[in-house]
Structures are given as structure tokens and as C-alpha cells.
Design a binder for this molecule. Structure first.
Ligand code: DGL
Length: 284
């Protein structure tokens, strides 16, 4: 048994979409404090180059480490796909991404064909495809980037005909190709899960990052990779954002299910400084 650890669980995302993951973690581990970072000033990461996504990820992680987190959850699929393979073993605390665990979850009931949807950078990285094929080389995999879905979701169009039309346009070929399982490879997509489920039909299992990450954290706690909080520490939770845009409150409520989170705004250069400080210290 490892000793109790009351430090927060660090979670970061390009913006507020990762709150779908934070919400599931909070519900599954109610005693734990959460330290969330949403880089809302630089969102979206999904259309940026892998080099930029890697730099942002290193800054986000350095910031969370400066807040003494005991584990880092990269709630962003784009980061998990484009940056984590290089970064995962570089830190003093475990770093968990959504890709490997999402692939494992999708393979649980041995589907013949898995569909993956995500941002352009996630799809181009092929990270989900590799994660699936290394575990199950005989599984067929198809993927499709759906760049219009994030802005539609941010507009709150969860049950809107335009969103339905965009899904039809992007995903009819994937549905008609007979996938048995669909990985929602973007933090925003759980908000349109009912529409996607309806479109693909009840026989297609939809897998999202939030469920998969709760599973990964459970495993990390049970295998003593991380210590659990031994008191109810949830009041120490803090949510950092780098910008409060026009849709901020609406999105906070949609993604997290509440408005009254303890939110603090920081500047992007605080993320850059956290990385510079970490790098300077590691050279000493
Ligand atoms: N959080 C991103 C992801 O899960 C979606 C938004 C973005 O493009 O930054 O891929």
C-alpha cells in the first residue's frame, strides 16, 4: 500500500472540453482535489501542428507540476495523440493520456471494426490506430477528422439540425461501413453522444475519454502507483483558465454541469514561465 497523498489530481485540456473528464473523475473519486488547467486562450489545439501542440503540452504540464499535483491527466485527445508518446516518461509523477486507455476500452468486447473520430491533428497522428493495432492486429480501423463539430458544440448546438447534417456528411460512410464500436476521440464529443448514438444505432458502442480515464485512474490507485486522499479534500479543487471568452459560463455549465466552480484566470505567459523555470532547474 502506498501512503495517502492529499495532493490534487492534475488535469489539463486545450480548453473547457476536458471538463467532461474532470466531471467524471470528480464523481468517481469525490474525496480527491482537482487542479484543472484549461488553456482557453490558445484553444483549439486540434488544428495546430504537432510541434506547437507538444510545446503547449510541456508548458501545461510544467504549470500543473508547479501546483504539486500527484498525477497528470492529459484530458485532451489532441495532446494525448500528438505529444504524449514523447513526454510520458519525462516527469516525476505518472502522466496518463486518453489514447491508450481509450483503445483498450474500445477493444473490451472484441469489435471487428472500430471507428475513430477526432480533430485533424489527432486523426493525422494515427495514434489511436497504432494503439488498437498493437493490441489487436486483426481489428479493422477507420477514422475521420470532424473539425466542424468542436465549434458547433461550443455554440451549444447539441440537438441542432445543422449538427445532425454535419454528422451525416462526415460520418455516413463510416456508419455504412459497419463499425461495431466508435471512439469519441475528442473531449467535446460526449456532449453530442446521444446524437451520435442515434445516428450509428444502438448496436454500436460509443467509447469516450471520460469513462476510459476513470478506469485508468482506478487502476493507478489500486496498483499503488498513486496514493489516495485520506480526507475529503475536494474543497481544495481549483480550475485555472487562460481566458474567459464570450461563451465561458455557458460552456462551463454544459461541460461540468455547474457554474460555481472555483475558477482563477492566469496569463498564458505563466505557462511559458513554468516551463522555463522547470528547464532551468533541471540544468542545475
Ligand atoms: N480538447 C481537444 C481534443 O480533445 C478538442 C479541442 C481542440 O481542438 O483543442 O482533441
Amino acid at each position: 500500500m502506498c501512503s495517502p497523498n492529499n495532493n490534487p489530481i492534475g488535469i489539463f485540456d486545450s480548453g473547457l472540453g476536458g471538463l467532461t473528464v474532470a466531471r467524471a473523475i470528480r464523481n468517481a473519486f469525490p474525496n480527491e482535489a482537482i487542479c484543472y488547467l484549461g488553456d482557453t486562450a490558445r484553444v483549439p489545439y486540434g488544428s495546430k501542428s504537432p510541434d506547437t501542440v507538444k510545446r503547449y503540452a510541456r508548458e501545461d504540464i510544467a504549470f500543473l507540476l508547479s501546483r504539486n499535483v500527484k498525477v497528470i491527466v492529459a484530458a485532451c485527445n489532441t495532446v494525448s495523440a500528438a505529444a504524449l508518446p514523447e513526454l510520458i516518461n519525462c516527469y516525476p509523477v505518472p502522466v496518463l493520456g486518453v489514447v491508450e486507455i481509450g483503445a483498450e476500452t474500445a477493444l473490451e468486447d472484441a469489435p471487428k471494426k472500430i471507428g475513430i473520430i477526432g480533430t485533424e491533428t489527432t486523426v493525422r497522428s494515427q495514434a489511436y490506430v497504432r494503439a488498437i493495432l498493437k493490441r489487436s492486429p486483426e481489428t479493422e480501423v477507420v477514422q475521420k477528422a470532424c473539425p466542424l463539430l468542436v465549434p458547433l458544440i461550443e455554440e451549444g448546438w447539441f440537438e441542432h439540425d445543422v449538427t445532425r447534417m454535419v454528422i451525416e456528411e462526415y460520418l455516413a460512410p463510416m456508419r455504412d461501413s459497419g463499425v461495431n464500436s466508435l471512439i469519441l476521440g475528442c473531449t467535446h464529443y460526449p456532449l453530442i453522444r446521444p446524437m451520435l448514438q442515434d445516428f450509428f444505432g444502438p448496436s454500436v458502442r460509443t467509447v469516450d475519454s471520460a469513462d476510459a480515464m476513470v478506469h485508468a485512474l482506478n487502476t493507478a490507485f489500486n496498483s499503488n502507483q498513486i496514493g489516495r486522499a485520506n480526507t475529503n479534500n475536494s474543497a481544495a479543487s481549483l480550475y485555472y483558465v487562460t481566458d474567459r471568452g464570450t461563451h465561458f459560463s455557458k460552456l462551463l455549465a454544459a461541460f461540468m454541469g455547474e457554474n460555481d466552480l472555483p475558477v482563477e484566470q492566469i496569463r498564458c505567459d505563466e505557462l511559458t514561465l513554468a516551463l522555463e523555470k522547470r528547464e532551468a532547474e533541471s540544468k542545475k
